[in-house]
Design a protein around this ligand. Structure first.
Ligand code: GDP
Ligand code: MG
Length: 440
């Protein structure tokens, strides 16, 4: 039903020729509803919607792209961006051991996640020691021991009579003695946010100086995830989170709350009770899930295609009007890179297969150099290559910044200008890849 409502909101936009303050209202309302249904915290949803509104209204109208598609893409991109652009890995320090402290309320899956992480690290060739500091429930120690045995990872415990801070300290000392790579400290939780628990966590943190403090959040916590995260982050300080129980039918809005409130990334998700049920967190996947549309990725891809197409048209117009600048050139270079090695592409072009591998490698090398030099240019210089053509001191600065010779920069600039006028002469026809700087 939600997907349908969003669909109808997109439809309202579809008939328009661009996104405006007025015609975007309904679509934004539907996105907000989608977020709330996915258990995103109210304030977090409001902030997010505001962010999307500004992006959408400020968005450049791209010819040929329908406003609804542009809007879907803006929402999706904003969601992915807020949740962290890509998977962020666990800390790994030298010299070992890397120390990871687990925090969270009781029943969220801390102990399970401790074992899951150990198994995950073992698959990466990292050895671990698990430390049991939940001294309030003897069963908690047994639980960790059992899990440790199951995955073949040692567990350090000192019973229930020693303080958690002391156990943690000795656990880390043991890890050094054993020479293990990572030590994961499981802690006791409470049913709700509790001063004693926070003080204990803060003391352990102070005592062992962990490299990671991971907040374990039950995805079914819903709205409360925001307050919970705020409390742990303010009172203990976290470096990331693990979102558990995503195998249920929750849509995972808690992820957005955790991220927005703490600014720290979700690093892993728990998707089952078994020790294998841990996955790296990928923001794009959860973005689709939060929006509640299985096919949102397809929609986004389609929108992206249209944006790219419109971009390509814009680019060729620029070429014709001789407005093609270093920024555009860089974009093209990166596109080439995404498409695979230059050699692979050039071989596909008729008549180009006589080029030797050596020549190709040289060409690729030169493109890399060009990229390095362009990266050292100021924004202004990229937009206006004439600035460089007319100023030896600017060329010198770019040379210094990129680690190349002034002569290289001079050649890049003059090649670029030559290419640009060549492109202009070629007009509609021709292959713009010919005569690229450094390719002659
Ligand atoms: P702790 O009190 O925070 O240490 O939580 P536990 O690790 O003891 O887990 C509490 C319960 O949640 C146990 O029954 C676990 O099997 C279950 N659990 C933990 N992680 C997940 C998960 O990702 N999915 C599901 N379905 N259950 C989980
Ligand atoms: Mg536990």
């Amino acid at each position: 039903a939600l997907a349908e409502r969003l669909e109808s909101a997109w439809k309202t936009l579809r008939g328009q020729d661009k996104i405006t303050e007025n015609n975007i209202q309904e679509a934004l309302r539907e996105v907000r509803r989608a977020l709330l249904e996915a258990d995103v915290n109210l304030q977090v949803a409001k902030d997010f919607i505001e962010n999307v509104r500004q992006r959408a209204i400020g968005a450049e109208v791209i010819a040929g792209v329908r406003p609804d598609q542009q809007f879907i893409k803006i929402v999706y991109d904003a969601l992915v961006e807020v949740m962290g652009e890509s998977h962020s890995p666990l800390a790994h320090v030298e010299p070992p051991p890397t120390i990871i402290l687990m925090a969270g309320l009781q029943g969220t899956g801390k102990t399970t996640a401790t074992a899951k992480l150990a198994l995950h690290l073992r698959k990466e060739g990292r050895s671990t020691l698990l430390v049991a500091t939940d001294v309030y429930r003897p069963a908690a120690i047994d639980q960790l021991m059992t899990l440790g045995k199951q995955i073949g990872v040692p567990v350090f415990e000192m019973g229930t009579e020693v303080s958690p801070v002391e156990i943690a300290r000795q656990g880390v000392a043991k890890a050094k003695e054993l020479g293990v790579d990572t030590v994961i400290i499981d802690t006791a939780g409470r049913l709700q946010i509790d001063a004693e628990m926070m003080a204990e966590l803060a003391a352990i943190k102070e005592g062992v100086q962990p490299h990671e403090t991971l907040l374990v959040v039950d995805a079914m916590t819903g709205q409360e995830a925001a307050n919970l995260t705020r409390a742990f982050h303010e009172q203990v300080g976290i470096t990331g989170a693990i979102l558990t129980k995503l195998d249920g039918d929750t849509r995972g809005g808690a992820a957005l709350s955790v991220r927005q409130v703490s600014g720290q990334p979700i690093k892993f998700i728990g998707v089952g009770e078994k020790v294998e049920a841990l996955q790296p967190f990928y923001p794009d996947r959860l973005a689709s899930r939060i929006l509640g549309m299985g096919d949102v990725l397809t929609l986004v891809e389609k929108a992206q295609e249209e944006v790219d197409l419109a971009d390509a048209e814009k680019m060729s117009r620029k070429i014709l009007e001789a407005q093609f600048d270093f920024d555009d050139f860089l974009k093209q270079l990166r596109l080439l890179k995404n498409m695979g090695s230059l050699a692979g592409i050039i071989k596909l072009i008729p008549g180009m297969n006589k080029i030797s591998t050596e020549q190709l490698q040289q060409g690729e090398q030169q493109l890399k150099r060009a990229e390095a030099m362009i990266n050292s240019m100021t924004r202004e210089e990229r937009r206006n290559p004439e600035l460089l053509a007319s100023s030896p001191s600017r060329r010198e600065r770019v040379a210094k910044g990129s680690g190349y010779q002034v002569a290289d920069v001079t050649k890049l600039v003059s090649d670029f200008q030559r290419m640009r006028s060549l492109m202009q002469q070629m007009g509609q026809g021709g292959f713009p890849g010919m005569g690229m700087p450094g390719m002659n």
